[in-house]
Design a protein around this ligand. Structure first.
Ligand code: NI
Ligand code: MN
Length: 226
């Protein structure tokens, strides 16, 4: 499984012969100017919630690639009205796709579309393939519900957690989250894109190290393999 960081909360996951894109926000992100959305491929686009910094490039990429949007019912309905296919889910549910199983998990946040319309409740995902299990938290506060993830779904190989603070949990809460998740390998996201969420990256990595956890903060465009 290859996981590429495309800036802010956008990641691309290649597993088997399928590509999943999560929360594409690229054309609005000055830090991601080296990424060209016209060259991105997706079989599926997973959307955690309806905020602009998570959905901005969904429509363009889905229309070009024919990707299926996987999200909550409200977000899927919104994109279906634009002629995009979708698969609706809701909290606590799971579905077996051709690349593996997606579990739709809880998040504590808000979720309205840029025009103010209702985007349902925000969520996160666990993506489970025959070899790997990764958790993508979405925008969320630290929540005790995270303890249930390894207990009910199984051991995680990687957790993707917001670390930028202000709108989501910050570094200290993400360390606590990684303990709740019983996961030692964390990919940080939702940081540095705009002023409210700038972090000291060296300090963040060091704090995780002291807690015997590994925090990865990838340069935009970089990838890891698990
Ligand atoms: Ni948000
Ligand atoms: Mn956000």
């Amino acid at each position: 499984m290859k996981i590429s960081y495309l800036g802010h909360s956008c990641i691309s996951i290649e597993t088997g012969d399928k590509t999943l894109l999560i929360d594409p926000f690229i054309t609005g992100n000055e830090l991601a100017s080296a990424i060209d959305i016209n060259t991105l491929y997706a079989d599926y686009i997973l959307v955690t919630h309806a905020h602009q910094d998570h959905i901005l490039d969904v429509e363009v990429i889905a229309k070009r690639t024919g990707a299926i949007v996987v999200s909550n019912y409200e977000i899927v309905t919104y994109f279906e009205a634009k002629g995009i296919s979708g698969h609706p889910m809701n909290h606590g549910g799971k579905w077996k796709f051709d690349f593996g199983t997606v579990h739709y998990t809880n998040a504590i946040h808000s979720s309205s579309f840029p025009d103010g319309s209702y985007g349902g409740q925000p969520g996160g995902f666990v993506i489970e393939t025959s070899h790997h299990r990764i958790y993508i938290a979405g925008d969320t506060a630290l929540t005790y519900d995270m303890k249930l993830i390894p207990e009910i779904i199984g051991e995680l190989d990687l957790a993707v957690l917001p670390v930028g603070d202000n709108f989501t949990m910050g570094v200290d809460e993400a360390i606590k989250a990684s303990k709740f998740l019983n996961c030692n390998k964390i990919l940080g996201y939702h940081f540095d894109t705009f002023g409210y969420i700038e972090i000291d990256k060296t300090k963040a990595v060091e704090k995780f190290r002291k807690a015997r956890k590994k925090l990865l903060l990838l340069p935009i465009g970089d990838n890891i393999k698990i």
